[in-house]
Design a protein around this ligand. Structure first.
Ligand code: BTN
Length: 258
């Protein structure tokens, strides 16, 4: 256990509250999962905009039913919850990834659909969940954007792949500083997505696309070459049967042998 983390909660609030009226920042020493907590609150009718940070998660969750494990003080784990009404939801996780990568470091790449990579190792992951509220014309949705970023070197024992950590490119950077760097740009990016969709982010994603022009294999066995994303955020994969647009968030993709 290292020294206590200093959280710039007030500075984050000052930057974000002009963008999101009613916004609050909460830092908890421990919870099962920040995403689970905001989804619980949403289901109980609490839909206010909030940034929930946890110093420790006892049941952190990742995509595709996987877990998200982080050790004491070696990562930043938070969820941003806010009411959101985009025309289409496709591409939101890519937009969050673009924003985080751009806020952090030019060397950070994006691995479709929502991982941040450094030198082909996973640096951070994003888990987006939504809850509905209201009915008919009044119906609206609450979005929870969960983010886990490895900050310091960690024990890779038991992990299927060796992770990357932010201090490799930003030595000395602590979780609180990282939060302050990413929070307001992330809110702005999510709001831009709500207004304009994924299209304005397409070139920015493709500029950091870790899979571009590489051989890839999808979890359904399809093999091909990745060619960036389309206008709505689908991954374009050139296969023996032609160009294939991968849209399902249930599909995972990994670099393969050409
Ligand atoms: C993934 O890589 O599959 C997504 C990982 C997302 C982890 C973050 S940590 C904060 C938030 N709370 C969770 O339980 N998960 C997300």
């Amino acid at each position: 256990m290292g020294s206590p983390i200093v959280w710039p909660a007030e500075a984050v609030w000052e930057q974000v509250s002009p963008l999101l009226p009613g916004f609050t920042v909460e830092v908890l020493p421990e919870i099962d999962s920040t995403n689970t907590e905001l989804m619980r609150r949403a289901r109980a009718g609490r839909m206010e905009p909030v940034l929930l940070v946890a110093e420790r998660q006892s049941a952190g969750r990742g995509r595709l039913g996987r877990g998200w494990v982080s050790g004491d003080h070696d990562s930043l784990t938070f969820s941003l919850g806010l009411p959101l009404a985009p025309v289409s939801w496709s591409g939101l996780s890519l937009v969050a990834g673009v924003s985080l990568a751009e806020s952090l470091h030019p060397r950070i790449q994006l691995k479709w659909p929502n991982d941040l990579w450094l030198d082909d190792r996973k640096l951070a992951g994003i888990l987006i969940e939504t809850a509905s509220f209201g009915e008919g014309r009044e119906a609206s949705r609450y979005a929870v954007v969960g983010v886990g970023i490895n900050i310091a070197a960690r024990d890779a024992a038991g992990l299927s792949t060796v992770p990357a950590w932010l201090q490799e490119v930003l030595p000395g950077m602590q979780a609180g500083e990282v939060l302050l760097r990413v929070a307001a740009p992330l809110v702005q990016a999510v709001q831009a997505f709500e207004a304009y969709g994924f299209a304005p982010f397409q070139a920015r994603f493709n500029a950091r696309d870790a899979l571009r022009d590489r051989a890839v294999v999808l979890s359904d066995g399809t093999a091909g070459t990745a060619h960036g994303t389309g206008e709505s955020g689908a991954l374009l994969v050139h296969t023996a049967a032609g160009m294939h647009a991968v849209t399902s968030s249930e599909v995972s993709v990994r670099p393969g042998t050409p």
